[in-house]
Design a protein around this ligand. Sequence first.
Ligand code: DQA
Length: 145
Amino acid sequence: MSTVLVLNGPNLGRLDIRDSSVYGTLNFSQLVEFISKEASQLGFVADVRQSDSESEIVGWLHEAADAKIPVIINPAAFTHYSYAIRDAAEMLKVPLIEVHLSNPLAREEFRHTSVISGIATGTVAGFGPDSYRLALIALNGILSK
Ligand code: DQA
């Protein structure tokens, strides 16, 4: 089974406290369980991580670049301004799929910019936890070509 790194940015570890009308009703451990189950059905092992620290996420992207592990990333608020995460993600020679639980384009204007989308293989947003499932399906399609 091949590994996929599923990275999650700041405040996603606190989904139980965040607005459920925007982010849904799963808490972070339930989201991890959902992603792991969907991944294993497609033959992947999901290494799901969450951090509030930009530097930790940059380190994980370096690890993925060195080990050539494909990445699914929900950069959370870092989506909108982290050039450090973008630059680290740009070094990947394997697919990187950006995901969001909500649809940032349907929300406040500051969320309409993603500094990550331009270097991502693709983006899935607005489908709640299914955004991760759809990203896994897309990744499976890319890797089986
Ligand atoms: C998010 C959208 C971001 O704008 C926000 O800062 C998040 C979560 C999403 O999954 O919908 O923390 O990435």
